[in-house]
Design a protein around this ligand. Sequence first.
Ligand SMILES: Nc1ncnc2c1ncn2[C@@H]1O[C@H](COP(=O)(O)OP(=O)(O)OP(=O)(O)O)[C@@H](O)[C@H]1O
Ligand SMILES: [Mg+2]
Length: 191
Amino acid sequence: MIELKKLSKVFDSTSGSVEALRDVDLTINDGEIFGIIGLSGAGKSTLVRCINLLERPSSGQVLIDGQDMTALSRPELLKMRRSISMIFQGFNLLEQRSVLKNVCFPLEISGVKRQAAEKKTLELLKLVGLEEKADKYPAQLSGGQKQRVAIARALATDPSICCATRPPAPWTPTPPALSWSCCAPSTRPWA
Ligand SMILES: Nc1ncnc2c1ncn2[C@@H]1O[C@H](COP(=O)(O)OP(=O)(O)OP(=O)(O)O)[C@@H](O)[C@H]1O
Ligand SMILES: [Mg+2]
């Protein structure tokens, strides 16, 4: 379960401050797929980034299964983050690595043996319909295909929470555009 309590975030800079989040209270239960819709710049990505403390809130609490993320030590936070995956707005794929190696990457850094990592990766690529692109590089993929690689990569370590922000949509007709972010604490298969 994810609980946000009176969560606020202010970005300070020399040119002034931006209040991105103010007193957000939110509960997302296990198994729930939760979408956040709002105008561009409304604070959706900031809110999602606060969940695993990629962005540290200015005030308020982030509780994951009752554990206050803001109270964790650095090593405890790094451990907790392993169970929370993120699909970033720009996907953040590694351009020098093939699709297979991109999806393998989180498994590699968590010490999974190469053969097991590749087996898992191929299953995930099948799940997202990209098994034939395993040897391609991100530059050879469409935007939607890149997004699916990012989804496969986010699921590689069987996270208990998956957070996603929508891809940039410069084609949206009338700015400011409505867009979405979502969080899903889940242990369910994603097929
Ligand atoms: N690192 C930062 N420093 C200063 N201001 C920031 C920073 N990150 C975000 N902001 C500001 O905080 C506000 C919320 O930004 P955020 O990225 O959360 O919006 P969003 O709802 O995800 O928008 P979009 O739909 O366009 O992705 C915006 O006004 C943005 O300019
Ligand atoms: Mg955003």
